[in-house]
Design a binder for this molecule. Sequence first.
Ligand code: GLN
Length: 533
Amino acid sequence: MSTTKYIFVTGGVTSSLGKGIISASLAKLLQARGYSVTIQKLDPYINVDPGTLNPYEHGECFVTDDGAETDLDLGHYERFLNVPTSQANNVTTGKIYQTVINKEREGAFLGKTVQVIPHITDEIKRRVKLLGSTGKFEIVITEIGGTVGDIESLPYIEAVRQLKWELGSNCAVVHLTLVPYLAATGELKTKPTQHSVKTMLEYGVQPDVLICRTEKHITKELRKKIALFCNVTDNAVMESIDVETIYDVPLMMMKEQLDKVMLAKLHLPLRQEPDMEQWKSFLGKLKNPVSEVKIGLVGKYIELKDAYKSIAESFIHAGVANECRVDLKWIHSEKIMKENVQEVLHGLKGIVVAPGFGDRGIEGKIEAVRYAREKKIPFLGICLGMQCAVVEFARNVAGMKNAHSTEMNPSTPYPVIDIMDQQKKVTTKGGTMRLGSYPCTIKKDTRAWQVYGRLKTNERHRHRYELNNRYVKELRKSGMIASGINPDSGLAEIIELEDHPWFLGVQFHPEYKSTVANPHPLFVSFVKAALNH
Ligand code: GLN
């Protein structure tokens, strides 16, 4: 394969402008022109990975096939591109320093002072080029987290400066900024963008393309003005106006000719017109649903929509597959009690109990399961949600009073959910859960088998606790079937109820594998069941 090309996406003025979606959209357009593309995220914080971060701090932790706990932007990359990411796609300052310090201890720099430049920047550059060196990608897009000017992101911008110099036309920089609208004067203002580009220039990086996030259309004159002040060509000033859904962004950027301008900067041929037919048909169905279905998502982080990002997106994909709009109602598990469960969950056509850790809100989740089971409402339990389903069934159907997970109650008389054997000796927290993709064998003639339409699948995991195999037989007698099993360890991966129209609990996270091109069968089937309810 010819030389890999590198595109960097930086952000200025403020955070939350949507660098992740712009990166994913650019990648989508290049992919639609026939290029093999991957996206990487560099995060400037000192945690080695976001696995130990509270969702309030950082939203959902996304998990890759090879078991990396990563930033939620990687979820967007996968959902847009339909190509799995890996450990190499998310790098943090923590990872960079850990590698450099370990090397220093090994004696790799004997006699030398270890410094930010060149040692830290060299490690950043090595990590950027790692994906290119796999030979799998013609273009690597690297999104730099944070905002230009932050102390934390300085070494990354310096690495970009060095790479730009080193790689010449094999490298380009996209800078995303804000063009705010001042209602009082009725004007769009370009000064923040000018200043942001000036900051980039102070660090020695000239952006090649400017994408301006805006609420109102940016006129030709304004684009010219920005181009003049920021040393870019007129056609390289693009607008990214607020849109209805993130899935509009690739087509919007196609109109702005982001793909064409980018390929020209990288001296690459246009190849074909972007093949966006499937994407357009997805969008068409997304915007014109035939029906609507109300599904409840029970969790403890509902104030923060990012905490369950992949689940919410999976429901968008599954809704489109069923030509309906899923109206996802976020329900706080701490607010659900025996006395009010009917009132809170009334009218829902499906109930999901979310993944999670710890005791807070657990009884509300268990109560929600009971309601779904007794009222025969379609139910999907994900990870902790599946564990709640087992606890509820053990307590209320199988007669195991005070059954629980040992995560919540270590002295329960019926530890139906217990820590996995290989987790017992683990003493540290970072990256030590059962993580990543594991195979699952599905039992024939079960609901799970109908859903998947096959006997084997692979799904991604992130947990320490598991259905205790000691109780599987007893639960079976009462009507709970372990319908998916890990063929190597014998761990139950899927449970379901015999006497229920659609009741599944999965120990893995199907939401990490749902994409626009491949909506996950569990979500698709669940939404269908909810529609029929
Ligand atoms: N806390 C549970 C466990 O560790 C569930 C984890 C999850 O929902 N991701 O097994």
